[in-house]
Design a protein around this ligand. Structure first.
Ligand SMILES: [Zn+2]
Length: 251
């Protein structure tokens, strides 16, 4: 592990003038490996945050059949979300581990954007590697890329027009930025000193999954702290979490 990528960059605090955010990620636990403490801060400010899981993470536990794991992982995600003030958690039910970037995935995500009409969309890292240089997981790349496109699709009434004409959804072009958690090229930062513990609790809520990983001595507080302390130092606070802001407008 190296934290070199985070050190020399000047990170800007994320704006907090919005009221609704939609987080779309590939798996249960994706929000909890970094972004959840920021979510706790925002829900504490009275903002609405909705979670949408593209899969149920059913292929994530080696010793457990996906038909069993699906329900357990969904329940862990719902509890994990509750611990950071999120009451709305949706599961699209697409197949874990074999997501493909493409029009069908964009269609599903555009529908969610049109239903919730968020100001901000949050997703996971779509880039080739994790911040430590290890190649990223395929579902993360597919989902993150599809989110960037689907946010635009959602604003165009002629794309996925059956949603507009048959399902009664209106186009929604109100998302100007996508915030990418866990990006190796972070641009922005959130002070999560006051909500770090809630973030730790939300990760610990994925107990069956974490057990299944078999990482000996894994400590959610230690793991998350190893990411939030260096970013915090850059901001002059104890804990901070980073995001890459992707702007979707030209100006
Ligand atoms: Zn994941």
């Amino acid at each position: 592990m190296t934290t070199e990528a985070q050190e020399p960059v000047t990170l800007t605090p994320l704006p907090e003038t919005w009221s609704t955010a939609l987080a779309v990620v590939a798996h249960p636990d994706d929000m909890e490996f970094g972004a959840a403490a920021a979510v706790a801060r925002w829900t504490g400010q009275g903002k609405r945050v909705v979670y949408c899981m593209v899969t149920s993470g059913e292929a994530g536990i080696d010793g457990m059949d996906p038909d069993v794991a699906r329900g357990i992982r969904e329940a862990e995600q719902v509890e994990s979300a509750r611990l950071v003030g999120v009451d709305e958690v949706e599961f699209l039910g697409l197949p874990d581990g074999v997501l493909e970037y493409g029009v069908p995935l964009r269609r599903e995500i555009a529908r969610v954007v049109r239903r919730h009409r968020p100001d901000v969309v949050i997703t996971g890292n779509h880039r080739e590697a994790f911040p430590n240089g290890v190649p990223n997981q395929a579902d993360h790349v597919a989902t993150g890329r599809a989110v960037l496109d689907a946010v635009r699709d959602a604003g165009n009434r002629w794309i996925f027009r059956d949603q507009v004409e048959d399902e009664g959804l209106e186009p929604w072009g109100g998302v100007e930025q996508v915030w990418v958690s866990g990006s190796p090229t972070a641009t922005h930062v959130v002070d999560v000193s006051a909500t770090f513990d809630a973030g730790v609790a939300s990760l610990a809520a994925h107990a069956a999954y974490l057990d299944g990983l078999g990482w000996e001595g894994f400590d959610p507080a230690e793991f998350l702290g190893s990411m939030t302390r260096p970013a915090g130092q850059a901001l002059g606070v104890e804990h901070a979490t980073t995001f890459e802001v992707v702007r979707l407008t030209w100006d």
